[in-house]
Design a binder for this molecule. Structure first.
Ligand code: UD1
Length: 421
C-alpha cells in the first residue's frame, strides 16, 4: 500500500485548482439510470470512487466512458439488463446505494446489496427505505440484499424525513422524478450537491422546485431525456486546501471556490485568525499575523459546519492558542484521527461525540495511520506544519476523494511525496 511522506515546511504560495465534487458526481452518475438517453457530466473528478461507480453502473448494463483524461463521464443507460447491484461492488463504497431509487423508478424493481456500516459509523438506510415505501415500493431485506419492487409503479407522496439525510433525499428525489403525481420531501437535505442533482435532473426534463430549502417538491413526468451537466465545485476539497495556508502560513488562491459553498466553515476560519477573500477566480486564503486562535466547532447538516471538514479543522486547532471543543453530530465514530494526531504531539481528549483540543505550540513528525478518507488528509495537513518528517501509511482512502493530492500541494510549496509499494 502506498504511503505519503511529508516534511514540515514554512509559508505556502500559489494557486490550487479545485475539482468537481466527488459527492455530487456519485449521485449524478446513477441519475443516468433514469433515462434511455445519454447523460454527460463535465468537470468530473478523477478519483477511485468514480471508478467504483463506473464499475457498478457498467455491471447493470450502462455504458460509461471517461473522456478527456477522466474529466468527462459520458453515460448511456439505453440497455439496463441487470437489476442486481452486487455486494462485491456495493461494499467498496456506500454511495452505491444511490442506484436503488433510479432503478426502481426506471425498471419497477431492483435488488441492491445493503452497504453495511463503515469506519465512521453504522450508517443505516432506514430513511431511504421509508421514503421509497411511501412512494409505493415494497422493500424486503433478504440475504443482505434489499429487494425492492413497485408493481403498480411509483406514486407521489409527502415524506417527512426524520433527519435531513443527504443520500435519502437524493434517492427519493430521483425516484420521484418518474413517479405519478406530486412528491414533497420535508426536512430535505440542503447541501449544494442536492441542488446540483436537482439542476441536472431539471436539464433532463424533471420538474423540481425548492432544492436548497428544506422542502422539495417534485412533479413526476413520464420520461426523462439526455443532458449535459457540469459538476459543482467540490466544497470539501476546497475547505481542505484552504486549511493548508491556514496551517502553514502564506497565501493561496483556491480556484473555483465560493464562500456560499462553505459559509459556516469560513466564519470559523475568520474566528481562528484566517483571512478569506472572494476573488474573480476563487477564494484567496491567508493567515493573519500571530498564532491561530482556538474556536469551538459543531458539525451539522448544510448550511452548518460540514462533518467532512471536521478532521481537517482539528488538524488546524491542534496548534491554536487555547482550548477548542469539537462536537461531532452527524457520525458516531468520527474521531479516529485524534489518536494519530496525538502521536504527533497533539493534546486531545475524546469523550463520546466531543473532542477537546488543548492547543500546543508545535506538532512533531511521526509515523501515522490513515483510517478513513478525511482523516487521511487531516494527517497530511498536520504534518505540513510539524517539525520533521511524517509518514502517513495506508493512504488508499485518500485516492477515493482527492485527485493528485501530492502534486496540488507540492505546487504551492509543500514538501510531500508518495512512496509506491
Ligand atoms: C453524505 C456524503 C458524506 C457526508 C454525509 C453527511 C456522499 C456520497 N456522501 O453521506 O461524505 O459525510 O453526507 O454530510 O454524498 N442515516 C440514518 N438513516 C438513513 C440515512 C442516514 O440513520 O437512512 C444517518 C447516518 O447514519 C448518519 C447521518 O444520518 O449518521 C447522515 O447521513 P447522510 O446524510 O445520509 O449521509 P450520506 O448520504 O451517507
Amino acid at each position: 500500500m502506498d504511503s505519503i511522506i511529508v516534511r514540515g515546511n514554512g509559508p505556502l504560495k500559489g494557486q490550487i485548482p479545485i475539482a468537481g465534487a466527488k459527492n455530487a458526481c456519485l449521485t449524478l452518475m446513477p441519475a443516468t439510470l433514469l433515462s434511455e438517453e445519454p447523460l454527460t457530466l463535465t468537470n468530473a473528478p478523477r478519483l477511485s470512487d468514480i471508478k467504483t461507480m463506473t464499475e457498478l453502473l457498467s455491471s447493470l448494463g450502462a455504458e460509461v466512458s471517461s473522456l478527456q483524461d477522466g474529466k468527462v463521464q459520458a453515460m448511456s443507460s439505453h440497455n439496463i439488463d441487470n437489476h442486481i447491484a452486487d455486494y462485491d461492488i456495493v461494499r467498496k463504497m456506500r454511495a452505491s446505494n444511490l442506484v436503488l431509487g433510479p432503478m426502481l423508478a426506471r425498471l419497477g424493481h431492483a435488488v441492491v446489496s445493503l452497504p453495511g456500516g463503515c469506519a465512521i459509523g453504522a450508517r443505516p438506510m432506514d430513511l431511504h427505505i421509508h421514503g421509497l415505501e411511501a412512494l409505493g415500493a415494497e422493500i424486503e431485506l433478504k440475504d443482505g440484499y434489499l429487494h425492492a419492487k413497485a408493481v403498480k409503479g411509483l406514486k407521489g407522496a409527502t415524506i417527512d424525513l426524520a433527519f435531513a439525510s443527504v443520500g435519502a433525499t437524493e434517492n427519493i428525489m430521483m425516484a420521484a422524478t418518474l413517479a405519478k403525481g406530486t412528491t414533497v420531501i420535508n426536512n430535505a437535505a440542503r447541501e449544494p450537491e442536492i441542488v446540483d442533482l436537482a439542476t441536472c435532473l431539471r436539464a433532463m426534463g424533471a420538474q423540481i422546485e425548492g432544492d436548497g430549502s428544506s422542502s422539495i417538491e417534485i412533479q413526476g413526468v413520464d420520461r426523462l431525456h439526455g443532458a449535459t451537466h457540469p459538476v459543482v465545485t467540490d466544497r470539501i476539497e476546497l475547505g481542505t486546501y484552504m486549511l493548508a495556508p491556514a496551517i502553514c502560513g502564506g497565501e493561496v488562491e483556491c480556484l473555483g471556490g465560493k464562500i456560499s459553498l462553505l459559509g459556516a466553515f469560513c466564519e470559523k476560519l475568520d474566528a481562528a485568525g484566517i483571512h478569506v477573500e472572494e476573488t474573480e477566480k476563487g477564494l484567496k486564503v491567508a493567515r493573519r499575523n500571530g498564532r491561530i486562535q482556538a474556536v469551538d466547532v459543531t458539525t451539522e447538516p448544510f448550511p452548518g459546519f460540514p462533518t467532512d471538514l471536521q478532521a481537517q479543522m482539528m488538524a488546524l486547532l491542534c496548534t491554536a492558542e487555547g482550548t477548542s471543543v469539537l462536537e461531532e453530530k452527524i457520525f458516531e465514530n468520527r474521531f479516529m484521527h485524534a489518536p494519530e494526531l496525538t502521536r504527533m504531539g497533539a493534546d486531545i481528549e475524546v469523550h463520546g461525540g466531543t473532542a477537546t483540543v488543548h492547543g500546543v505550540k508545535r506538532l512533531k513528525g511521526a509515523p501515522v495511520m490513515a483510517t478513513d478518507l478525511r482523516a487521511s488528509v487531516s494527517l497530511i495537513l498536520a504534518a505540513m506544519a510539524a517539525e520533521g518528517e511524517t509518514i502517513v501509511n495506508r493512504v488508499y482512502h485518500l485516492d477515493r476523494g482527492y485527485e493528485r493530492v501530492e502534486e496540488k500541494l507540492g505546487n504551492i510549496g509543500a514538501h510531500i511525496e508518495r512512496v509506491k509499494s
